[in-house]
Unconditional design. Structure first.
Length: 408
């Protein structure tokens, strides 16, 4: 921490997901808060837009290194937290390797308004399971409550107050607050809900900042306790960002220009709409099945994001709708589910969210399906071979190629 900073509060972002459409207010406001604020993030700063797809995390890394003090790892961008400079900023109490050794620092201590404050973090089991299997092959997570109690017992004599950065979901954080009443504030992440708080459980406040770089949560010592709330970033910022951030803003501007490239006219079905991702996936899975002559297709709804469309589809639109660079692959259905397709779908829904299948229901005798490389490697029995098609290419075809009887 630099000498000129007198930290009086904690400012927490979460689930930014590389959302840099309007970065000037985001960058400028965090820069202005930094002299008096500890700036933290609750995970998933990476992945989720064309900015990440084009720059491969370099923009996110620069922002975190210039403006942030402490990071919690999320399921998106997990490998980036092992890069040396970001690893030094990352804390997590319950992430370990195959031998049980901690993957990150378990604790960050600092002074805020003359209080000795401990900041730790956890990642929930569901969030951890959502990390692509190849990125977490030798990693594990332990039970969060036990991990947090262990850290507290080891360091309780060193600090006055405890703060948690959680990438588990708001409902899980309510349970954590009840089980770990020694926390003054829990900053929530991962849940993508409209529930922001603050909600009080005993003496603990649970609060979540607005996602996608729209806002942040804030916590401040008040009397013998803490207060917490949320706010949005200003709609507008000064014309010029601070000098030290100008090269970063220029780089983002260059990427923004690349994302304006037009890929084609939007078909009448989706023009001037924000496509419902379920409707779009129903259209997509039906076309994939008939076009490729497949027995079965399984996709999860969260593979796409709702994005408003106009007359033309831009590269930015497409990479915002399908931000995760999924490849379509043929995959084996696990042996345990070969005679229990309903059980397979229930399992996948629990792990990955609502599903879209073609046909619906799936045939009982299906042994392979077309799906994403993520579902294939994480929850199914592995891929048999690639389909030679990116999910984004299939989405582009649906959005720009008119359906039968559709006129432009």
């Amino acid at each position: 921490m630099t000498r000129h900073r007198t930290v009086r509060q904690i400012v927490a972002t979460t689930d930014v997901h590389s959302s840099f459409v309007n970065t000037a207010p985001f960058l400028t406001h965090l820069h202005a808060l930094r002299p008096t604020s500890l700036i933290v993030d609750c995970g998933d700063f990476f992945e989720g837009s064309g900015y990440y797809r084009l720059a491969h995390g370099t923009v996110e890394r620069d922002i975190l290194l210039k403006l942030y003090d402490v990071l919690a790892p999320g399921n998106h961008g997990w490998p980036h937290h092992f890069e040396p400079e970001l690893h030094r900023l990352t804390v997590c109490a319950n992430a370990v390797d195959a031998t049980g050794q901690a993957l990150f620092r378990r604790l960050h201590t600092t002074r805020i308004a003359e209080r000795r404050v401990a900041i730790t973090a956890v990642i929930g089991q569901q969030a951890f399971n959502a990390i692509p299997a190849e990125h977490r092959a030798d990693h594990r997570v332990t039970e969060p409550v036990q991990a947090l109690r262990k850290v507290m017992l080891a360091h309780h004599h060193e600090v006055d107050d405890w703060i948690l950065l959680s990438h588990s979901g708001f409902d899980e954080d309510l349970k954590l607050a009840a089980a770990c009443p020694f926390f003054e504030v829990i900053f929530a992440g991962h849940c993508h809900s409209t529930r922001y708080g603050p909600v009080r459980v005993g003496d603990t406040l649970i609060v979540k900042g607005r996602e996608l770089a729209d806002g942040y949560a804030i916590a401040t010592p008040v009397g013998q306790g803490w207060g917490a709330g949320t706010t949005r970033f200003p709609d507008r910022a000064p014309t010029l960002v601070p000098a030290e951030l100008a090269p970063l803003e220029a780089k983002i501007g260059e990427l923004r220009q690349q994302l304006t490239a037009v890929l084609g006219p939007v078909t009448k079905t989706y023009r001037h709409r924000t496509p419902d991702r379920r409707d779009l996936l129903l259209d997509l899975t039906a076309r994939l099945r008939t076009g490729l002559g497949l027995d079965a297709v399984i996709l999860n709804e969260t593979v796409l994001r709702p994005v408003p469309l106009g007359d033309t589809l831009t590269l930015g639109d497409l990479l915002a709708i399908e931000p995760f660079d999924n490849q379509l692959v043929h995959a084996h259905i696990p042996e345990d589910f070969r005679k229990n397709i309903d059980g397979l779908l229930a399992y996948l829904t629990e792990q990955a969210g609502p599903l879209i299948t073609a046909p619906a229901p799936l045939p009982d005798d299906a042994t392979t399906v077309l799906t994403t490389d993520y579902l294939a490697s994480t929850y199914l029995a592995g891929r048999t071979h690639a389909a030679g098609l990116l999910l984004s290419q299939a989405v582009k075809h649906v959005l720009t190629a008119p359906a039968q009887g559709d006129t432009r």
